[in-house]
Design a protein around this ligand. Structure first.
Ligand code: UDP
Length: 323
């Protein structure tokens, strides 16, 4: 059955891949994006499709959001302030966009009974040290004096809001906690490590590893993440629940830099930069970040279709073609 999807942040990194998949499936797709961090070129090829429409507007425009929601069955809410760099540099914008934006989407969806999938983040686990992170683990957020935690807190508020709309009004809400996601068209402009390292390696510049490089992450391919989103949006038992979405292939950031140098055949070396210089004084990073994906595996049979090396090679090929 053809469904009508409204994708907020539809021209962002995950948004544009999601729009492509849904359009390919023959669904009716409307993307709304204010292009603050999204880019028109991400959705350029889609604009000719008769089942795709792009609206350049902020989700804070209540009239437009109301009109688009009234025509949607499912809203996938990806619009948010993204990137640790941006978040540290502009905390007011981060809090406003993430909290007020999500409240606007939920209140409007509630008027029309749309299903809403909310994009949250592994940041909500904060400084939690018992990896892998399970959805019902405690959230250990750092002090309010550090801007980084404003992002984690804003996403936690989004989750509380979404689950509150579900419990209080019966609005069908699903919360998705994305872990690090990589793929074509992700920009390094807002701090994401993989596109930054790949560009540095291809240009023969030093790869800048922040801190000692022993911190770890798991990088999921955007194709796997998008497939999980689509399946969750279709599954009735996902409603009212929180799901981790990510890869379990763990790598240190120094190991990632070495892998990218090897895969690109670059002559670049690795340079360590203290966190204080990379971000802001007192910056706190997560030492390990690994999701438990048992819950999403049980519900939709989620598993990674792409290894880290395969994903990195795709990103390298893409970045090479753009240089
Ligand atoms: N990082 C790095 N060099 C960069 C960008 C990021 O060493 O140019 C590190 C960052 O400090 C973190 C990890 O790579 O430990 C992942 O950073 P990213 O911003 O991609 O995602 P995060 O997991 O922090 O949200």
């Amino acid at each position: 059955m053809v469904k009508k999807y409204l994708i907020t942040g539809g021209s962002g990194f995950i948004g544009c891949h999601l729009c492509e998949t849904l359009v390919r499936q023959g669904q009716q797709v409307v993307a709304i994006d204010d292009l603050s961090t999204g880019a028109l070129e991400n959705i350029q090829r889609l604009r000719e499709a008769s089942n795709f429409q792009f609206v350049r507007e902020t989700i804070r425009n209540a009239q437009v959001l109301d009109r688009l929601s009234s025509q949607a069955d499912v809203i996938i809410h990806l619009a948010a302030a993204v990137g640790v760099k941006l978040i540290v540099e502009d905390p007011v914008h981060t809090i406003n966009t993430n909290v007020m934006g999500t409240e606007a989407v939920l209140a409007t969806a509630n008027r029309y009974g749309c299903k809403v999938l909310i994009a949250s983040s592994s940041e909500v686990y904060g400084k939690g040290a018992s990896v892998p992170f399970h959805e019902d683990d405690d959230c250990l957020i750092g002090p309010t004096t550090h801007s980084r935690w404003a992002y984690a807190t804003s996403k936690a508020v989004d989750e509380f809001l979404g689950l509150a709309y579900y419990r209080q009004f019966g609005l069908p809400v699903v919360v998705m906690r994305f872990f690090n996601t990589i793929g074509l068209r992700q920009t390094g402009q807002y701090g994401m490590v993989v596109p930054r390292f790949v560009r540095q390696a291809l240009r023969g510049e030093p790869l800048q590893v922040y801190g000692d490089g022993e911190q770890t992450r798991c990088f999921a391919d955007v194709a796997d993440v998008v497939s999980a989103i689509v399946q969750l949006s279709d599954h009735p038992q996902a409603v009212g629940q929180v799901f981790n979405i990510g890869s379990t292939e763990e790598i240190t950031i120094r190991g990632l830099a070495e892998r990218i140098i090897a895969l690109t055949g670059s002559r670049s070396n690795i340079q360590h930069l203290p966190y204080d210089q990379a971000y802001a004084p007192g910056f706190e990073d997560m030492r390990r970040r690994v999701p438990s994906i048992d819950k999403i595996k049980d519900l939709i049979g989620y598993q990674a279709g792409c290894s880290l090396d395969e994903s990195l090679l795709k990103v390298i090929e893409f970045e090479r073609s753009r240089l």
